[in-house]
Design a binder for this molecule. Sequence first.
Ligand code: ZN
Length: 298
Amino acid sequence: MEPLTDDDVPAWWQRLGLPGLIDIHTHFLPDRMMRRVWAHFDDAGPLIGRPWPINYRWDQDARLAHLRRLGIRRFTALTYAHKPGMAADLTEFALDLSEENPDCVPSATFFPEDGVVHQVRSALDRGARVFKLHPQVGGFDLREPILDEAWGLLAEAGVPVVIHIGSGPVPRGGATGPDKLEGVLRRHPNLTAVVAHLGAPEYAEFLDLADRYPRVHLDTTMAFTDFFEDVAPFPTELLPRLADLGDRIMLGSDFPNIPYSYAHQLKSLERLREQEPGLDDDWLRAVCWSNGQRLIGD
Ligand SMILES: [Zn+2]
């Protein structure tokens, strides 16, 4: 297949008859923090593991403009804390951003610390429509008792929580892996969890969780790209299960923190049909639009 460039993206979704794209996994952070995150990627630090040249190292206005040029009708401002005392400010930043930018879904985060229930409740009160947690960076266990009431609130509210819980790119003992999420789901089976990166590299285990818990979704973030396939290839024999779970797979990109173009993520999804015919245009329409619309659309 021919390479697709970002300029081609509007034609890509128009061909599918879509009004645009919905991306549940994009990042916005206060400027100083974003620069610090990029510095970590530059250093290929211990949680990153390999060179990771950021493709969209632009200021915030340019990044917002680019998403709109691509036709991303709804996107998120996922933030996450790596230590106590940060989550409330990050949530405030993200919610302020979506007040100024209605196409940015009101986004929030929380952290296992005193006041976590208040963090979640006040974010919901301010209209948060999606949360993000990153235990691989935060070094905590989703099953920590201090989080239990927060999970209950989120399950009841039906608001999705995007969680980087797979052990890629680098596992973190006590924090990553399917058993952590499973422990939460056992207590809160209705939680709307969105497993980031399709759960890489524990793809099969997270698909099992999605089979057992009907509110578990998975996002495509970085999956199937050349960059990801090098280190955490998605097993071909699991592709039919992605077709079966077509109403629970959602487009995610990790924009802007990706070492390739946005278009490459889309092309990587489109080329799956060469291996599994069930991953066809209908599947793409669900992944790139309807599933997202159901969870974070209007
Ligand atoms: Zn991410």
